[in-house]
Design a protein around this ligand. Structure first.
Ligand SMILES: Cc1cc2nc3c(=O)[nH]c(=O)nc-3n(C[C@H](O)[C@H](O)[C@H](O)COP(=O)(O)O)c2cc1C
Length: 378
């Protein structure tokens, strides 16, 4: 099959055509006027990198380790809820790609595939992301299930005390489970490929949170209970690596580090929460300076290509996660779209290392960024 995706814009355009408006807007949309989302991308794009010349770059490596595990690429798949709304079978595609490309896949609490199924599909590539609703017991039960089937990396997301107000979701009447009124009916009818496949494979449900007896976790319920005391209790209960996601402040990052957490995940949730949040990339160097040179930092929000991955690493991240681009790719062309997108970002990283005169991605540091905030002689 001829290739379709040569840039992020290609994937987004194709996805927009193939997906119903409601589900495209669910993945593409952000909070408020969508400024935080746009700013994430703009601020990364505005960063300029300094090439070094006359370096033999015939051999290049972009493998990266985190928590003692080495990955074939320096990026992983960010946790995203209800991916199967992008394209039927998306969760399974992500798990397959995680194995094929040797990258981590973070399964969301809000996924349409269970903790157990994803462990089977992705093996040691699978990490688990936890949301805590009104009931701590439900959260601990999820964590125990993850531990039982062998997950070793747990990400607690803390930037969703309430779901952000995303105008496009409200305008389209987006709900979970999906409710079909006349507007949605016409939307689906105009996208028969997506709709028929979804009918055939089954309308996606929240596979992790609605199967247990007792109190269930609803998408719209407040998640504001999570506080420092909860973090301490979770730290005691979870024996594996614990990561806190959705951090933008230096003081918070330091306090999380001091609470015995293994890594801070710098992110503004792709601009889906607080529209006036800073661009995540702007906070990354400050957080790196605050937590010290050796403390693990993960990063996402606004990464759209391989150069962006390198820029985040240069400004202090140890590992980078990619969100929307992978969803656009599956919306555009299913599994082959996902392969094309990962392959594209991989080759952009590889080619950029050559342009920068750098043979090993582990040698990328702040000196590759012009006017970087981490440099003392700015
Ligand atoms: C459709 C969608 C669903 C998401 N669901 C979750 C989730 O369930 N848990 C979570 O921690 N983050 C979730 N996120 C945020 C991503 O993990 C990540 O922070 C964000 O996509 C980064 O922004 P970017 O995709 O614009 O680069 C979601 C993002 C999208 C686009």
């Amino acid at each position: 099959m001829p290739k379709k995706i040569f840039s992020l814009a290609d994937a987004r355009k194709l996805a927009r055509r193939r997906m119903p408006r409601m589900t495209f807007d669910y993945i593409d949309g952000s909070a408020g006027d969508e400024r935080a989302c746009a700013l994430n991308v703009e601020k990364i794009e505005a960063l300029r990198m300094l090439p070094r010349v006359l370096v033999n770059v015939e051999q290049r490596s972009y493998r990266k380790s985190i928590f003692g595990q080495t990955w074939d690429l320096p990026f992983g798949i960010a946790p995203m809820g209800m991916c199967n709304l992008t394209w039927p079978g998306a969760d399974a595609m992500l798990a397959k790609a995680a194995r094929e490309y040797g990258i981590p896949l973070v399964l969301s609490t809000m996924a349409s595939s269970s903790i157990e199924t994803t462990a089977e599909r992705a093996g040691e590539h699978a990490w688990f992301q936890l949301y805590v609703g009104q009931s701590e017991e439900v959260a601990y039960h999820l964590v125990e299930r993850a531990e039982t089937v062998g997950y070793t990396n747990l990400i607690l997301t803390v930037d969703v005390p309430e779901i952000g107000f995303r105008p496009r979701e409200h305008r389209n009447g987006f709900q979970s489970p999906v409710r079909i009124g006349p507007k949605q009916f016409f939307d689906f009818a105009f996208h028969p490929h997506w709709s028929l496949l979804t009918l055939k494979t089954g309308v996606p449900t929240l596979a992790n949170v609605n199967i247990d007896g007792g109190k269930k976790f609803q998408r719209n319920e407040a998640r504001g209970k999570v506080d420092w005391d909860f973090l301490a209790r979770l730290r005691e209960r979870w024996p594996g690596n614990l990561i806190v996601k959705g951090v933008l402040g230096c003081e918070d990052a330091v306090r999380i580090r001091d609470a015995g957490v293994d890594a801070v995940y710098v992110s503004n949730h792709g601009g889906r929460q607080l529209d006036s949040a800073p661009a995540a990339i702007d906070m990354l160097p400050q957080i790196r300076a605050a937590v010290g040179p050796d403390y693990p930092l993960l990063f996402d929000s606004g990464v759209r290509n391989g150069e962006a991955v390198i820029k985040a690493l240069a400004l202090g991240a140890d590992f980078v996660f990619i969100g929307r681009p992978l969803l656009y790719a599956m919306g555009a062309a299913g599994y082959s779209g996902l392969q094309e997108m990962i392959e594209l970002i991989r080759s952009q990283i590889d080619i950029s290392l050559a342009q920068l005169g750098c043979t090993d991605i582990n040698n990328i540091d702040a000196s590759y960024i012009i006017d970087n905030p981490l440099s003392e002689n700015r």
